[in-house]
Design a protein. Structure first.
Length: 149
């Protein structure tokens, strides 16, 4: 028997073994039992979404940030500008996203104007706790300016 014939016979035997083995797996698979579709839930009136006052939600965010302004100024701004004859004016924009329940989901900080020391920005982000606002009923985003001195 030549080498090519032996390879051909071996391949045929492997194919036959696979065919018989896999055919046995398909035949032994349990048949799915028929299920009865659940009855649809009773028709209820879908709640009409309430009109959300986005400006009121943004005012709540601005008030919450204003509440923490003095703490951020004392802990982040003043230590960095201590000893400077004329402390610079620093301007920031906080970007907030709140979920429908009024919990803060994300927060960002943009430095406006010139480049500030990274310690101030890091302190501002670390020093501000997660904010909460009254439940707006939908996702709310707000960009709030904050400046020192």
């Amino acid at each position: 028997m030549s080498t090519s014939t032996a390879i051909l016979l071996a391949g045929a035997m492997i194919a036959l073994g696979l065919f018989c083995g896999l055919r046995g797996l398909i035949a032994s698979a349990p048949e799915p039992t028929p299920t009865i579709a659940p009855a649809p839930p009773p028709a209820e009136a879908t709640p009409v979404p309430a009109v959300v006052d986005l400006e009121a939600s943004r005012r709540h965010v601005a008030n919450a940030l204003a509440y923490h302004r003095a703490t951020l100024r004392q802990g982040c701004y003043l230590p960095q500008v201590a000893g400077q004859q004329t402390p610079p004016t620093l301007e920031f924009e906080f970007n907030f996203t709140f979920d429908a329940g009024g919990r803060q989901v994300t927060r960002g900080l943009v430095e406006k104007g010139r480049k500030y020391p990274p310690e101030i920005t890091a302190c501002m982000l670390a020093g501000l706790p997660a904010l909460r606002i009254p439940q707006p009923g939908q996702v709310v985003t707000a960009t709030i300016p904050l400046s020192f001195p």
